[in-house]
Design a protein around this ligand. Structure first.
Ligand SMILES: [Zn+2]
Ligand SMILES: [Zn+2]
Length: 105
């Protein structure tokens, strides 16, 4: 490996002939001792803390997004959440009747 004056890692230091690992996401290089990297981890793909936290944020955002539902499924789910009140049972019966009728078509 050629000696360069580029700066790496969370310490923004030079390579300095120390063991380094490259993040598979941002391709930044990190000193093993700066990030507590060990020989056992060397077999796995390395992802730096910066990219890991960025990944967690995108995952959380994806979970926030409600999945698109078909209109009827949404109504039924809503009714299930409301529980067994008289009104809910009534609406359920109407829905069931509508389903029967659409099947008979
Ligand atoms: Zn470092
Ligand atoms: Zn990274």
């Amino acid at each position: 490996m050629s000696v360069s004056k580029e700066l790496y890692c969370i310490c923004r230091g030079p390579h300095g002939d120390r063991d380094m690992v490259q993040c598979e996401k941002c391709e930044e290089w990190y000193h093993w001792d700066c990030i507590g990297f060990t020989q056992e981890q060397a077999d796995d793909d390395f992802c730096c803390a910066k990219c890991l936290s960025a990944e967690k944020i995108t995952e959380a955002k994806a979970e926030e997004k409600p999945k698109p539902e078909a209109g009827e499924d949404l109504v039924i789910r809503l009714l299930e959440n409301l529980g067994d009140t008289e009104m809910v049972n009534c609406v359920r019966q109407v829905l069931a009747e509508e389903q029967k009728q659409s099947k008979n078509k």
